[in-house]
Design a protein around this ligand. Structure first.
Ligand code: PLP
Length: 350
């Protein structure tokens, strides 16, 4: 079986497959002019940090790192003391996709709890309460949740608040891995107010703020919504090898992403394209696409030989081969023409 059509010009593999938005590239080129102080002492970094405080309407502390794994490790390193542990879902990127970086670098235990949809709930936190105060257990000290989750699901602002309230009542802090924060924000309102409603207003303490999947080249931000937790961040960042000397290049990208709402617009585009793909394919009952995507990914089932034929034509990743499940993911630059071309290919083999 073969697909004999023109493939879409963009892939449906991952939101990291796209390039960077042209305005971000232009901002990088402008930042390339002349010299600037290194290690974050430059004006770009000052301005980018101010934009984060404006976005959250609070005096937050923001520090930049190279990537998402580094952001998570740095955030957690600032939140943990010796003999403390992180509670997360077993789907969490920190538990399943960071090659053990958190365990190795933090020297801390991850307590990864089963979750069918990638989300944690207050009762999950209660399930580790028996460890608190028991000297034979690493002490659960941080709850790490992902928004949007690794399974393409979303916490509502109320759900995050309930989780934060429970965590805080139990003496724990809350970290949010926001590698797909642009998609989550877009799904929940696409405004700074919407973003605040499920982060700072809900009680999240520290946020890994994702820019790479949202349309920049590289560089993530760790935002201390509770600025006291960032007291030692500059030392810890250097120790965990996440200090970029030419920091202005990360900062210039964030200025572009935040100054005029590009962050929300690009997240909205990615989400809209996964919705469009859903609309064009949901009538194929064998795909099992029973609910619309919450953000920018779909997890259909495709049997062989159709799966291989489609992947040979326009590659996408398997998700759960035992269940014949794959992942289709849209990015900030996916267009309707891409979706139409991809949907036609799917149609041709089903
Ligand atoms: C949920 C989540 N967190 C963090 C990351 C960041 O990882 P990286 O270190 O590849 O930038 C990713 C990337 O895929 C992710 O999906």
């Amino acid at each position: 079986m073969k697909v004999a059509l023109t493939p879409p010009s963009r892939l449906f593999t991952s939101d990291n497959a796209g390039g960077a938005h042209p305005d971000v590239i232009a901002a990088m080129v402008r930042a390339n002019e002349g010299h600037a102080l290194a290690y974050g002492q430059d004006n770009y970094t000052r301005e980018a940090k101010q934009l984060f405080s404006k976005l959250f309407d609070a005096d937050v502390r923001t520090e930049f790192v190279f990537g998402g794994t580094g952001a998570n490790v740095l955030a957690l390193a600032c939140m943990l003391r010796p003999a403390e542990a992180v509670v997360c879902s077993s789907w969490a990127h920190i538990a399943s996709d960071e090659t053990g970086a958190p365990e190795r670098i933090l020297g801390a235990k991850l307590i990864d709890l089963p979750s069918s949809d990638g989300k944690l709930r207050p009762e999950d936190l209660q399930s580790v309460a028996y460890m608190l105060g028991n000297l034979h257990h690493a002490q659960p000290a941080v709850v790490s949740i992902t928004q949007a989750t690794e399974l393409g699901t979303l916490y509502s602002a109320v759900e995050v608040r309930e989780l934060c309230d429970t965590a805080h009542e139990m003496g724990m802090l809350v970290h949010m891995d926001g590698a797909r924060l642009a998609n989550a924000s877009a799904a929940l309102g696409a405004t700074p107010e919407a973003l605040r409603s499920f982060t700072i207003d809900a009680g999240v303490d520290v946020l890994s703020f994702g820019g790479t999947k949202a349309g920049i080249i590289f560089g993530e931000a760790v935002v201390f919504l509770n600025p006291n937790l960032g007291e030692r961040v500059e030392f810890i960042r250097k120790q965990v090898t996440q200090l970029h000397s030419k920091m202005r290049f990360i900062s210039a990208q964030y200025i572009e992403l935040l100054r005029d709402g590009l962050f929300f617009r690009l997240g909205t585009q990615a989400n809209a394209m996964s919705m469009a793909l859903y609309e064009r394919t949901k009538h194929h009952q064998s795909l099992g696409l029973v609910t619309p995507p919450a953000v920018n990914s779909l997890y259909p089932r495709i049997l062989e030989p159709a799966r291989r034929a489609l992947q040979d034509w326009s590659f996408f990743w398997d998700w759960d081969t035992a269940a014949d499940q794959v992942r289709w993911m849209t990015a900030w630059d996916t267009t309707l023409a891409d979706v139409d071309a991809f949907a036609k290919g799917i149609e041709s083999v089903l």
